[in-house]
Design a protein around this ligand. Sequence first.
Ligand code: GDP
Ligand code: CA
Length: 323
Amino acid sequence: MKILLLSGGVGGAKMAEGLYHSEYGNELSVIGNVADDMLFHGLWVSPDIDTLTYTLADLIDTKKGWGLKDETTNTLEALERLGCDTWMYLGDKDFATHIYRTQQKQSGIRPSVIAKHIAKQLGVTANILLPTDQVIQNRIHTEQGWLDFQSYFVKKGCQPEILDIFVSGIEDAQPTPESLKAINEADLIIIAPSNPIVSINPIVNVPGIRAALKSSKAPVVAVSPMINGKTVKGPADRMMAAMNFSSDVLGVANCYQGLIDGFVIDIEDQQFTSVLEASGLKVMVAQTLMKNRIDKVSLAENVVAEMSTKFGLKCGTQLAEEV
Ligand code: GDP
Ligand code: CA
């Protein structure tokens, strides 16, 4: 069974890890978010793609949920001594990824090909795909002016009030052939519990992607990143509010209106089941808070199994029994 996940960074990588280590892990593709990409010290950093890759490679710093484990910061400290701005944490080993990506980009290699190579070298067998090879960037309009995502998130600690958010460059971006192929070939498409505004929208709003998702035979199901009206972590609630969506499962469903066929909500939100079903969605209630690998795999397997039943798909075990 071919599963395609649309994912942001830390929240999405949890779902990716669950699927990867589940019985559905051998035909997994993940389209990651590139709208948080940015230049640091002349190097092209792609935080969400690296979080996905490091997570699936089992190299992630599990305490932080991002970055490589067992890191040191000699390079960052040396840059600081030179008077550089070092608010963005970049570990020594992590720097190698950014050096490699930048050097490959400069020699004209497509970012998709670079991401694929990095994943392969780190032993990841899932297909990590980019929605576009062009530069698109989240821009956050705050009371303190326009900020890119990392400046808002890391440098400013999500403090400034958000007035508006848009993704620069997205109107002129082209979808990668790899992502269109994965969408067309998928049996089930899952939207990870990621930030809808700055992680998922910059994937689905790349021209051509939304239409491909609509015309794909695969049902599209989202897992809510909101539990009981709150984010598990991060500024998704404030971003939803700034874009006029309520910061709860109803807001997430509104944000994904016309895009999703199924919706996975947390047990804490089960009272919303009937109103969501009345809007035409197939709704599944599950324990969606993922604290460890067991939670992640179990959520992944439950989502695939139950959504397969709801949409009449044959999932892994059923296919195996028929053979
Ligand atoms: P980022 O790119 O690192 O910000 O990560 P994502 O966009 O992929 O994910 C951020 C979202 O993940 C936040 O809105 C969190 O509420 C959500 N999230 C994180 N962990 C969990 C979890 O265990 N369960 C659910 N349902 N959502 C989660
Ligand atoms: Ca991100």
